[in-house]
Write a protein that binds this ligand. Structure first.
Ligand code: SAH
Length: 364
């Protein structure tokens, strides 16, 4: 990061620069550009990633005289909670965030017996236009900055710690947006999320899931980053004919190409790929499709795949609905019969419009 560029006033729609946008070297040059001694960089990072403090006024070991300058230049307010809703007896919480330019995104915090997961957004809106997804209907507003993504994680870690007495253990990019369409910002955010404190939150890479519609070249690139995060591929149909309509980007990269990319990802990272399948009544829930799905996944990925069946969360105004439970059970049975592991995903947050699509829940 060039220091001169750091302190420019933000353009409309372009979020101001924040400490969480910077890697260790960027943080060091930003601190130097402010005329502060080098050790302040790790001190600020320790406050932010280690203690989860984003307000320099609470950084009491920082000289009072520089707190204002540091606040202005490195800790601008990026996201303000506009609404907070809870359900599942307080174990699921959705926050609607408003960015400095008015763009809104959502994140959802979910507490489970063995883990606490936050589902975060990577873009305001989404350009992928999947017809069953609420976000897809509104189109793309803009990419989030790295710090806007990281801030959702920090806020969730604070809530997990203070309200649940837990450590935030998992992060899933299953909120608004297509993470791989905001590749550089998302990868930089992943690095901050998994880096050991004080330069990151220290969340295990395998506990971070990046979910994609299947942007094939970006999947290959992500594999080569050496991050070993979990990849989720939103397949939703095993055949091109149907997938062309459910996931329009399929007209650009076919099922076969998406599966080959997933295989490459699994081979390079050693990580099992999650395949997401939103089960839609009378659309993609036929036994023959389950069988075809299982067969294609077994051939492409062998044991390096797990299928998450997500009961469709109907979006307002859509004629589509979830499949009846017996149909869902049959579907799972047929996938498993092909030797592919398959489970139905827990559907948290439905009554607060936080489940998949309004916002997606977490994969198993
Ligand atoms: N763009 C990325 C990540 C965001 S969506 C992707 O598509 O993977 C996270 C998951 O929720 C995706 O698998 C998506 O297809 C699914 N989803 C979206 N709307 C849904 C709905 N109404 N019901 C069930 N799942 C939905």
């Amino acid at each position: 990061m060039v220091p001169e560029l750091i302190f420019q006033a933000p353009r409309k729609g372009k979020p101001p620069l924040h400490l969480a946008d910077l890697d260790v070297a960027g943080c060091a040059s930003a601190v130097a550009a402010l005329g502060l001694p080098a050790f302040r960089a790790s001190q600020l990072a320790h406050h932010y990633y280690g203690r989860l403090i984003a307000d320099p006024r609470q950084m009491t070991d920082l000289p009072a005289a520089v707190r204002g300058l540091v606040a202005e230049t490195l800790f601008p307010a990026l996201l303000t909670a506009a609404r907070d809703v809870a359900c599942d007896a307080g174990q699921t919480r959705k926050t609607l965030w408003r960015a400095a330019d008015g763009a809104t995104v959502e994140s959802v915090l979910m507490r489970y017996p063995q883990r606490t997961t936050v589902c975060i957004s990577s873009q305001a809106g989404c350009g992928m236009a999947c017809p069953f997804c609420a976000t897809g209907q509104g189109g793309l507003t803009r990419n989030l900055s790295t710090a806007e993504i990281v801030e959702q994680v920090r806020a969730a870690a604070v809530a997990a710690r203070d309200d649940f007495g837990e450590r935030l253990s998992n992060v899933v990019f299953m909120g608004m947006g297509e993470p791989l369409a905001n590749y550089a910002k998302v990868v930089a955010a992943v690095r901050r999320i998994i880096a050991a404190p004080p330069s990151g939150f220290g969340i295990s890479a395998r506990a971070v899931t990046v979910s994609t519609v299947g942007l094939v070249p970006a999947i290959g690139k992500l594999a080569d980053e050496g991050l070993a995060v979990t990849l989720a591929l939103s397949l939703h149909a095993p055949d091109d004919e149907l997938r062309d309509t459910l996931v329009p980007v399929n007209t650009r990269w076919r099922v076969r190409e998406a599966l080959d990319a997933a295989r490459y990802y699994a081979d390079v990272t050693g990580r099992r790929v999650s395949v997401e399948y939103a089960l839609i009544r009378d659309v993609n829930d036929q036994p023959w499709r389950a069988e075809l799905l299982g067969r294609r996944l077994r051939r492409a990925l062998g044991r390096l795949v797990h299928v998450n069946v997500i009961p469709l969360n109907p979006t307002p105004g859509s004629a589509w609905d979830a499949s009846p439970k017996p149909v869902e059970r049959e579907f799972v049975k047929h996938v498993r019969a092909q030797g592919v592991s398959c489970t139905v995903r827990d559907t948290r947050g439905r009554e607060i419009s936080a489940a998949c699509g309004q916002l997606a829940a977490e994969g198993g």
